[in-house]
Design a protein around this ligand. Structure first.
Ligand SMILES: [Zn+2]
Ligand SMILES: [Zn+2]
Length: 155
């Protein structure tokens, strides 16, 4: 959704609702891939001259478990809260603000940025995942291969 925010920037107290669902073809989420459309619900509002986008971003992704390589379904639920500005007073502030020189907000760009910033740093099918056996390669969650039985007893 592209939102024209000229009026919003000029009117403290103004707000615009955002509610959309879209299925993007972003290829830079690797190794994650989306399995459900992204839902964005919330609003953009001007409070005392400060324009903020507050959106709930929901979707679902899959990735492979870091230990056993089984596919894992990962629910996505992010609270996006970003201050929107038309220009920066100071270059150092860039990371805290979303700059909209033309006062147009592309909500999909914002969602993509937030999602990439918040990708999980590790993926596990469960905290107890036993992973692949380094000797025979079997999935130790499913198979008792016995390769390390002796050592297990000593632990
Ligand atoms: Zn696993
Ligand atoms: Zn084994």
């Amino acid at each position: 959704m592209r939102l024209r925010l000229d009026r919003l920037f000029e009117n403290p107290g103004a707000a615009l609702p955002v509610e959309e669902s879209f299925a993007p073809d972003w290829d830079d989420l690797s190794p994650f891939s989306l399995t459900e459309p992204i839902s964005l619900v919330g609003r953009v509002e001007n409070k005392a001259g400060v324009v903020t986008a507050r959106l709930q971003l929901s979707s679902k992704m899959t990735a492979l478990c870091d230990r056993c390589l089984e596919s894992v379904s990962i629910p996505v639920s992010l609270q996006v809260e970003t201050t929107l500005v038309r220009s920066l007073a100071n270059e150092d502030e860039e990371e805290h603000f979303w700059v909209l020189p033309d006062a147009c907000l592309d909500t999909q760009d914002l969602a993509r940025n937030e999602l990439i910033l918040n990708l999980p740093t590790r993926v596990l099918c469960s905290e107890e995942c036993r992973g692949l056996c380094p000797a025979c390669g079997c999935n130790r969650n499913q198979t008792e291969c016995g390769c390390f039985d002796d050592e297990d007893e000593n632990l």
